[in-house]
Structures are given as structure tokens and as C-alpha cells.
Design a protein around this ligand. Sequence first.
Ligand code: SF4
Length: 378
Amino acid sequence: MSIETMMKEFQAIAYNPNKQLADFKAQGKKVIGVLPYYAPEELVYAAGMVPMGMWGSNNKTISRAKEYCATFYCTIAQLALEMLLDGTMDQLDGVITPTICDTLRPMSQNFRVAIGDKIPTIFLAHPQNRFASWGLQFCIDQYTNVRKMLDQISGHEMTDEDIRNAIKVYNASRAARREFVKLANDHCDVVTPTLRSAVLKASYFMLKDEYTAKLVALNEELKKLPVCDWKGVKVVTSGIIVDNPKLLAIFEENNIAIAADDVAHESRSFRVDAAEDGDPMMALAKQFADVDYEVLLYDPKSSENRRGEFVANMVKESGAQGLILFMQQFCDPEEMEYPYLKKALDAEGIPHIKLGVDQQMRDFGQASTAIQAFADVL
Ligand code: SF4
């Protein structure tokens, strides 16, 4: 199978999550919706069920969710609720609602009220202080609650060994995605921004072992190609989610390749692995504690601007000439972080632009002009 065909297969899955959901249900599988961020998906897999990512939608219009949300809620959260209200997610057997930001915390209760008894909701509060022993214990307690609720939904108790196996499957998947991101940079003539995004996005709608097998095969084929001599511009993307094909098409129209990303939906979600031995619940809690350089999580050393410097280094090391930040409207954590990121980029002389986006965007004229001008400057 050609590299293009392989990537088109991922693209078909990424663009049709409804079909994936229907197919899983037709196979008699139970499916759990997983909202952002950092839910221990390994537990869903260990329970023998399918985790299905719910990061809003580029194709829907917010309508019924307005009854539950203030207008300043980001569109990702509103559209996730919309999909639960309009029947798109009726086939789900449960939903995990993490509460990392100030939008998701109240939103978790909106989800619960809006969908009522139709779909069980599993509330998840991660610890703010995740490093100390009591922070780890709090995380284990929360994950144990998730585990128990998943057991109820699946109808049987998962064992520690099931979780260890799931961790191995997920570590392999994360490693394959990290490798793909590097290969996408080396072969950016073949792995266009649109295809890069689709390959990574498909991971949210597939069982991870099946996804990894396909991705490893793609990676092997990419490795056989000579490293491309890219004549265009390379950038690092940053933000919560950068998956809109119309937005990514603008990159291609302007010969802009993505060298690396600091995107929550992409690399930020698969940077850290969990230990494959010992107590698996502690391994998952420690994995969460080990997440670093993350806008959404507490950093006791934030005054040192470690994250800004980390991202600036990423730009330099990946060979990018600049950074494009996609700022989700009404996303407080990203907006508050921006001055620090700007400071670090400016200190290194790295050009960047900040574009306001949301999932209701239908007109990309302004973004197109800004990206084109940025490419010209670079
Ligand atoms: S986009 Fe921002 S505000 Fe919305 S759920 Fe994500 S972190 Fe929270």
C-alpha cells in the first residue's frame, strides 16, 4: 500500500468519527466518550471498551448547547455538549468529563444535567498539586472512582494486569506518534499539514493497538524515503487544537510545513509514558504528575518561564523559522500563558503570530491573509 493510501485511510477515519462509533457498536463493543484533557484512557481500554475522543466539532453549529452555556464558554466545550444533546453521541455507553480548566469544571455539571440518565457521566477532578504523595494519592482515588464506574458499565471488573497491558499498548502508541511527528518533519513534502493532522487525529477514534499497527507501518515506509529538501517555510504550531482542514489548507497554499507542534490535541497529549511495571494505578497517577511544560497544569516554577523556553527551543531544534499560535476564543489558560510564550520567543528572536480561532469559524479570509503575510516575512 502506498504512503498516500495509508494516510488517506487515517484521514477517512479522522473525518468520520460517526462511522467509527457506529462500526464499534455494530461489533457489539461498548464505547466511552472522553472529553479533554488527560483522562486515563488506559482504564477504558483495560475494561475492554473503546475510548472515543470528544474535542468538539468543526462541522456543527451551536444551538441547543446555548441553553446550558454562557456565551464566553469556548466552542470546544459547547460543541461537545451539542453533540451529546443532538443525538450524535446517543450510542455512547458513558462519558468521562475531566475538569482541568475553569470552563470544564462547571461544564462537567452541564453535561451531567443535559444528558440526564441517558448516558452515565464519569466525573474526574485531577489534582492541582500533582507531585506530592498526597497529590498522587488524590489522583489515584479519582482514577479508582473512574475504574469502578467503568467496571459497572462494562459489567466485569478489570484486573491490575489488564491495566498494565493497556499501559503497554498506550506507551507503544505514544512512541509511534512521537516518531511520526519527527518523520513528518523530515518528509514534509509528503506529509502535508492536513495529512499530518488527520493521521494524529485518527488516534482519537480507533482502538490504540489497531491504530499503532497502522502507524508503525506508515512510519516504516516514511523512513525509506530520502529526507526532503524543503524549499518552503517551516513553523511550529501551538494551541489547543489545530485540525480544521480549511485552516491547514492555507499552510499548503503558502508552502508552509509543520516542523513540530505544541498543540494540546497533538504532541502535548502523547509526550509522557506510564511505567509498565509496579502498581498500575500509581503508574497512571505518576504519568499525570510527569506531564510538564503544559499550559493547563500547575507549574510550581512558573516564574522561571520554563514552558516558554521549552517551546522556543522546540522551534530552534525542529528547524522551524517561526511559530503560529492558534488561540481558541475564550480559552483563559492559553490567553494567560501567551505573554510568557511571547517573552520567550522574543528573547530568542523567533517570529510568531497569534490567530484567534474557534470551531464555529467558517470564513478563513482573515487567517489566510495573516498566514500568507507571515510566510512572506519568514
Ligand atoms: S479550549 Fe481552553 S477553555 Fe476550552 S476546554 Fe480547552 S482549556 Fe478549557
